[in-house]
Ligand binder design. Structure first.
Ligand code: GAL
Length: 279
């Protein structure tokens, strides 16, 4: 199985600036996950050519909260001058709430979406191939910045070194408005598996493991996902149990599998848009 290409910055401190491995490539996405500070005035995400203070900026994504309005200014900066602003005024990005910004690099444009909704296409004015740096500054708290291939469901990835105690898997996504199910599976090709499945029509969460055969299911009616909404899931693996936390509400499941480090594949299925998985 090919490794999914990912460059991850965890809890980046503001102001943030770092290099993007191998520069921008068509089909890859920059994902910024965080929350905007209450009473924020502005923040920005820049995709730039180099890291010096006067570097050209191929994309300046700059939400502003001013005079009771929220809007976003997009621009580029070249030869020490700002170009012409592009403004998007019907912009809703509430302060103090999780947001996920995705910038997908295509041949002609940056396809920009916020919380899974397409916001706009920004036509390249500076070739994206010159971009090698990302910077973020001002009134925002960040959880992650990620540069990766686009995540597609069903999603499958390897867990480097297998499941170790204290391992935490983090998943960000958006449930489809008519979603029927979501499933997370931690397994090994030889059959060992831990499965967490949410069935929305039945209002049911089903947890189970298999080490050749499925054991008895644990079921609960506490579904913590909401259709049409963003979610953050963490799957923690401590000595005695798995904990699956959906938007800070937890299900636990006592381990029934003998050697957890044998488990080295993680998969996501279901009716959802997936942004980012950290294994
Ligand atoms: C300027 C502002 C810059 C940048 C630019 C975008 O007014 O000072 O930080 O946002 O607009 O065009």
């Amino acid at each position: 199985m090919a490794y999914f290409q990912q460059q991850i910055f965890c809890k980046p401190k503001i102001p943030f600036i770092d290099q993007l491995q191998e520069g921008l490539k068509e089909g890859k996405s920059v994902i910024v996950i965080g929350s905007i500070l209450p009473m924020a005035g502005r923040f920005h995400v820049n995709l730039q050519c180099g890291s010096h203070s006067d570097a050209d900026i191929a994309l300046h994504f700059n939400p502003r909260y001013e005079g009771g309005l929220a809007f976003v200014v997009l621009n580029n900066f070249q030869k020490s001058r700002w170009d012409k602003d592009e403004c998007k005024s019907d912009f809703t990005l509430p302060q103090n709430q999780l947001f996920i910004l995705q910038i997908l690099v295509t041949k002609q444009t940056y396809k920009i979406s916020v919380n899974g909704e397409h916001l706009m296409d920004y036509v390249h004015r500076i070739p994206f191939t010159l971009v090698d740096t990302i910077s973020v500054d001002q009134m925002v708290n960040l959880d992650f910045i990620v540069y990766q291939d686009s995540a597609v469901v069903p999603y499958k990835t390897l867990i480097n070194g297998g499941l170790q105690p204290d391992k935490k898997i983090v998943i960000y996504g958006l449930l489809n408005p008519d979603s029927k199910m979501v499933e997370f599976s931690l397994h090994r090709q030889n059959g060992k598996e831990f499965r967490y499945k949410c069935l929305f029509d039945e209002n049911l969460v089903v947890l189970n493991t298999s080490e050749n055969e499925w054991t008895e299911e644990e079921k609960t009616g506490n579904v913590f996902f909401k259709k049409g909404q963003l979610f953050k899931v963490t799957i923690s693996c401590i000595k005695e149990q798995f904990t699956v936390c959906v938007n800070d509400q937890a299900h636990t499941f006592k381990h029934r599998i003998a050697k957890l480090e044998d488990i080295d594949v993680f998969e996501v299925y279901g009716d959802l848009q997936l942004f980012f998985v950290k294994t």
